[in-house]
Write a protein that binds this ligand. Structure first.
Ligand code: SAH
Ligand code: SF4
Ligand code: F3S
Length: 481
C-alpha cells in the first residue's frame, strides 16, 4: 500500500529507476520541481480539474489521477478554468463521446487566454484509433493523451509534456501489467472503490469495453486485502469491489481464487462494515456467491444484475450466454436465499432486430422481477463491435416509444418496492449534507436506497438507525430512530 513518500529524498539528477512504482515516484519528484517553478511565476498555487465520464471504474481511476496531481503540487479547483485540466473519458455510448467533443471547444477558448495551461485526455475513448486521429488533426491544443493501459504512467507522461511543447500521445493496445502502490486521493473519506480486476473477456456483441479495456486481469487477493486493510485503518467503513464482471474474478491467477472466497476474506477485515460490488454477470453468478451473501451481513443487501434484454433470442444475439428462463431462475434462487435483497439492472432498448415481441419479453421480465431500480439505455452503435454490422437497426421513433414504456414500468415497479419499506427502521450510512436543504443529511441503506433526514455534518461517515417515514418513489424522508 502507498505510504507518504518524501519526494524531496529522490535525486532527480540521476537516471530514472526502471522498476515500478519507483520510476513514477522519480517522475513525481521531477514534476514537483516544475510545478514549484510555475507557482513562483504565477504568484499562486497552480490548480487542477479532473472531469470523469462513465462508470465506477473510471471514477476510481480519476482518484488515482488526482492523487498524482496533488503529489506534484497542484491543488484542486472546482471548475475547468484551471492550470491543468484532465478529462477521463468513456466511450460506451455515442453520447459519452459527444460530451467530450463539446467541452473541448470551450477548453480551447480558455487556453488561448492562458497559454501555460495543460489539457490532458485519458480513458476509454482514447483507445479508439479514430478518436486519436481526429485529435491529432483538429485538436492540436491538447497537450497530453494516454489510454487505459498506461494510466499508472501519468507522472512520467506529465514530466514528458512539461519538457516539450508538442502534443504527447501514448496509447497502448494492451497490457498484462498491474502496478500497485501509487498515490490515490479518495473523494469520500469513509467509503472507497477498490479495483479487484481490470478488463473484460465477454465480448457482448454491442459492447466496446473489451476493446478499450483489454483482457481480464485480476489483482492478487493479498494485494486487495492489504489495500482494504489500509483503507479501514484510514477510516473507510464501506468498500465497493469493482470489475466489469466480478463473478469471474481470480480465474486466471496463478493460484485461482473465487470471487466468493475473496468476498469472505474481506468480510473478516476489522473496521469494514459494508461491502458492495459491481458488476455481476448473470452467467457467472455462482451458488457459492449466493451462499456467502446469505451468510455475511456485512455484504450489502443489493445486487446489480444486468439483464440487457428479456428475449432469449436477442440475448443470444447479444452473446450474453444466458436466456430468459435462466435469468429468472437465478433471481428466484437469490431471493430465496437473501429475501430482503434489492435487485437492480441495466437494460438496452432497440438492439438491432429487436421486435415488438422481443420487447414484450423484456417488459415481462421487468414485471416478474420487480427491480428496485434500473438503468435503461437506448442501443448505441459502436464501431468495431459485431452488433454494429447487423443490418436491421430499429427505427428511432420505435425505440423511443419502447424506451418510454419501459421507463414507466421500471419506475412504477421501483416505487412499489420502495413503498413497501415505509415505516421501517434501517441502518443508514450518512454520506453528505443534503445539497438542497442544509438541515438534512443524506444517507444510503444497505439495499442502496437513499434517505434524507434531519442531522448535521458530524454524522457523515457514521452508520445510524433511521425510520423511513415517507416514500418519494426513488428515495425517502426519515428521522433518526
Ligand atoms: N460489465 C457490465 C456493464 C458495463 S457497461 C455488465 O456486463 O453488466 C454498462 C452498461 O452499458 C451495460 O450493462 C449496458 O446495458 C450498457 N451498454 C453497453 N454497451 C452499450 C451500447 N452499445 N448501447 C447502449 N448501451 C450499452
Ligand atoms: Fe461489456 Fe459485456 Fe463486458 Fe459488460 S460483460 S463490459 S456488457 S462486454
Ligand atoms: Fe465507459 Fe470505459 Fe466504463 S467505456 S462505462 S468508462 S469501462
Amino acid at each position: 500500500m502507498y505510504h507518504e513518500i518524501d519526494l524531496k529524498q529522490i535525486d532527480i539528477n540521476q537516471e530514472p529507476p526502471v522498476e515500478e512504482p519507483e520510476r513514477q515516484y522519480y517522475f513525481m519528484a521531477k514534476c514537483r520541481e516544475h510545478v514549484e517553478a510555475l507557482e513562483r511565476k504565477l504568484g499562486r498555487r497552480p490548480c487542477f480539474f479532473t472531469q470523469t465520464f462513465g462508470c465506477q471504474m473510471n471514477a476510481r481511476d480519476s482518484e488515482k489521477l488526482t492523487g498524482i496531481l496533488e503529489q506534484i503540487g497542484y491543488q484542486a479547483a472546482d471548475s475547468e478554468e484551471a492550470d491543468f485540466v484532465i478529462y477521463n473519458t468513456c466511450t460506451v455510448r455515442e453520447n459519452a463521446n459527444n460530451k467530450v467533443w463539446g467541452r473541448l471547444g470551450y477548453l480551447n477558448t480558455y487556453k488561448k487566454q492562458h497559454p501555460h495551461m495543460k489539457i490532458a485526455l485519458c480513458g476509454c475513448m482514447m483507445q479508439e484509433p479514430e478518436v486519436i486521429e481526429k485529435l491529432k488533426k483538429s485538436y492540436r491544443f491538447v497537450d497530453l493523451i494516454f489510454g487505459t493501459h498506461n494510466i499508472y504512467k501519468f507522472a512520467e507522461l506529465i514530466a514528458l509534456s512539461f519538457a516539450q511543447d508538442r502534443m504527447v500521445t501514448d496509447i497502448w493496445e494492451s497490457t498484462d501489467q498491474i502496478v500497485e502502490d501509487l498515490p490515490i486521493e479518495r473523494k469520500y473519506r469513509f467509503k472507497s472503490g477498490v479495483n479487484i480486476m481490470f478488463g473484460c473477456n465477454n465480448f457482448c456483441s454491442y459492447c466496446i469495453v473489451p476493446y478499450v479495456r483489454g483482457r481480464e486481469r485480476s489483482r492478487k487477493p493479498e494485494d486487495i486485502v492489504r489495500e482494504v486493510e489500509a483503507l479501514a485503518a484510514d477510516g473507510v467503513v464501506e468498500v465497493m469491489l469493482l470489475g466489469q464482471n466480478v463473478n469471474s474474478y481470480g480465474k486466471n491467477l496463478e493460484t485461482p481464487v473465487s470471487f466468493a472466497e475473496l468476498l469472505e476474506r474481506i468480510t473478516q477485515i476489522e473496521g469494514i462494515q459494508r461491502i458492495r460490488f459491481m458488476t455481476s454477470h448473470p452467467k457467472d453468478l455462482s451458488d457459492e456467491l449466493i451462499d456467502v451473501m446469505a451468510r455475511c451481513d456485512k455484504i450489502c443487501r443489493h445486487l446489480h444484475l444486468p439483464l440487457q434484454s428479456g428475449s432469449s433470442r436477442i440475448l443470444k444475439e447479444m452473446n450474453r450466454r444466458y436466456d430468459k428462463e435462466q435469468y429468472l431462475a437465478l433471481v428466484k434462487n437469490i431471493r430465496q436465499a437473501v429475501p430482503n435483497i434489492a435487485l437492480t439492472t441495466d437494460i438496452i432498448v432497440g438492439f438491432p432486430g429487436e421486435t415488438e415481441e422481443d420487447f414484450d419479453e423484456t417488459m415481462d421480465v421487468v414485471k416478474q422481477v420487480g427491480y428496485d431500480s434500473a438503468f435503461t439505455f437506448i442501443y448505441s452503435k459502436r464501431t468495431g463491435t459485431p452488433a454494429a454490422e447487423l443490418k436491421q437497426q430499429v427505427p428511432e421513433e420505435v425505440v423511443k416509444d419502447r424506451f418510454d414504456r419501459l421507463l414507466k414500468e421500471v419506475q412504477q415497479g421501483a416505487a412499489k418496492r420502495a413503498q413497501a419499506l415505509t415505516g421501517r427502521v434501517e441502518e443508514v450510512l450518512v454520506e453528505e449534507v443534503n445539497q438542497q436543504e442544509e438541515a438534512l443529511v443524506t444517507g444510503r441503506l444497505s439495499n442502496n436506497f437513499i434517505v434524507h433526514f434531519p442531522g448535521t455534518n458530524e454524522l457523515i461517515g457514521k452508520i445510524v438507525a433511521v425510520r423511513l417515514k415517507e416514500c418519494k418513489g426513488f428515495y425517502f424522508y426519515g428521522e433518526m430512530a
